[in-house]
Write a protein that binds this ligand. Structure first.
Ligand SMILES: *Cc1c(COP(=O)(O)O)cnc(C)c1O
Length: 474
């Protein structure tokens, strides 16, 4: 038995033999000696373990042909050199999908990123004066112009923005929040937790469904630091509800000389009610209603890069700029580049709906989507035996905690491979095609929603389906 095992183990070649084979040499040219040697040792070790673990496995089934081993090494190296972070097709119908990176950037922002990446920049340098500047100065003027805000600061994300606001304006003091607004967003951002990190004491007022102005008034004392409103962007309490509007809260706060702060969440610059999406206050409206400081995300309804934008009264923001937390929360040059370019698009409101990808998706007509669907169907017509594709009405969403419960009519493709279940199809599109395509299962059907596709995604889907047809045993 032992002799048999040893004999089998001896059949495995030494690393240098593999490296000197024609296949090994070709791989070395492509990947370099060290990586190939490492891959070879790794594959050989795997085979050694296998021979030891299954000593009775057939008569020398493990006999490794040099060619077989080289192929394994090639696959290993291929995998090693494929980026782990990769492009996927979003066919989920959720436009701001947090797990898929929220906003896709506009063309101008993509070009600005390229410029920022490939050369030095005036990131913190005032060219006119030859002196040190602030990185968010590149966007402050644009925010002032677009929203009427006195001042602007940009930090890493909205969570960081809220943290900076609370810590600067109310550390060691009490912050009054309605119970109906103690929200959790995406599992990792809970208002009560962020308040704790900001060093402030949470004072909850009202009930989950109803909060009145007097509830706030009664909670104010000499320890109160500020009043916080949270835009409950990812859920909605229906039925018997009441909350206090911004104007009333602003009036109360200002009578008591307290800052009135709002976590606006999504931060839309444009009124989206014309597109059937209601209840999303614009940034300008919130400021006009008397909110002193607002904070919102850059990669939700703004359609820009991940960022936390803080806008509002200059004296409050001046204190934030001096807070040492700023250094820990600061944005990088790529954020500055992409954010500035995105904001510039808003200077031409007529072009925003076309140029900012999330708005192009939101405003695409059902007829356009349907024709996209039919185009994919037609391209695969000759495979009708192997895959059944039907165009269907679907429902898309803005996502990212924006505009909850507001359904966006959409068009999708139901994809049915006769030999695969909906679950298997979903998995195949995720793991077995060159560019992963993410859809969803509804009523036992695998659906690709067409509203969240980007130009060119149709071809990727067509190629993916062809690949699955070829590789699925018929
Ligand atoms: C999304 C959201 C946040 C978190 O924003 P990030 O930019 O992801 O940190 C906080 N508050 C509200 C109300 C939100 O909608």
């Amino acid at each position: 038995m032992g002799d048999d095992l040893n004999a089998r183990l001896r059949q495995l070649p030494a690393v240098h033999v593999l490296l000197n084979s024609p296949q090994g040499k070709a791989l070395t040219v492509k990947y370099g000696h060290n990586l190939v040697a490492e891959a070879a040792s790794c594959i050989l070790e795997k085979w050694r373990k296998r021979l030891v673990s299954f000593p009775q496995e057939g008569p020398l089934v493990a006999t490794p042909e040099l060619l077989g081993l080289s192929r394994e090494i090639a696959v290993y190296l291929e995998k090693l050199s494929t980026p782990h972070f990769q492009r996927v097709v979003n066919a989920t119908g959720i436009i701001l999908h947090t797990n898929l990176g929220r906003s896709v950037l506009c063309q101008q922002a993509r070009e600005a990123l390229e410029r920022a990446a490939s050369g030095y920049t005036n990131l913190e340098y005032i060219l006119e004066e030859g002196s040190r500047g602030e990185r968010y100065a590149h966007v402050e003027g644009l925010f002032q112009k677009l929203t009427g805000a006195e001042s602007a600061i940009v930090v890493n994300n909205n969570a960081a923005g809220i943290l900076l606001v609370l810590h600067t304006l109310a550390a060691g003091k009490e912050v009054i929040v309605s119970r109906g607004e103690l929200v959790e967003i995406g599992g990792s951002f809970r208002i009560p937790e962020v308040l704790k990190l900001g060093g402030v004491k949470l004072v909850e007022v009202g009930t989950t469904n109803r909060t009145h102005l007097d509830d706030y008034r009664e909670a104010i004392n000499e320890n109160t630091g500020l009043i916080l409103k949270v835009h409950t962007s990812n859920y909605r309490v229906m039925g018997f509800t009441s909350s206090v509007n911004r104007e009333e809260l602003a009036k109360l706060a200002h009578e008591q000389e307290l800052p009135f702060v709002e976590d606006l969440g999504s931060g839309a610059l444009l009124d989206l009610s014309v597109y059937g999406l209601k209840d999303e206050p614009t940034i300008g409206e919130a400021l006009k209603a008397g909110v002193d400081v607002i904070s919102f995300s850059g990669d939700k309804l703004l359609g820009g890069p991940q960022a936390g934008v803080i806008l509002g009264k200059a004296d409050y923001l001046a204190r934030m700029k001096k807070n040492h937390l700023m250094r820990a929360l600061r944005i990088d040059k790529f954020t500055v580049a992409a954010l500035e370019a995105t904001l510039r698009e808003y200077l031409r409101p007529d072009a925003v709906m076309q140029n900012i990808p999330i708005y192009a998706m939101l405003t695409a007509s059902l007829a356009e989507l349907k024709s996209k669907g039919e185009q994919i169907q037609a391209a695969l017509a000759e495979y009708s035996e192997q895959v059944e594709i039907t165009v269907q009405n679907t429902v898309a969403q803005m996502g990212g905690g924006s505009l909850p419960g507001q359904e966006i009519p959409s068009i999708g493709l139901a994809i049915n491979f006769p030999r695969l279940s909906a679950t298997e199809t979903e998995e195949a599109f995720r793991t077995r095609v060159a560019v992963p395509v993410l859809g969803y299962i509804l009523k036992d059907q695998f659906i690709l929603d067409l509203r969240t596709l980007l130009p060119g995604d149709e071809e990727i889907i067509i190629e993916g389906i062809k690949q699955l047809i070829q590789e699925t045993p018929q």
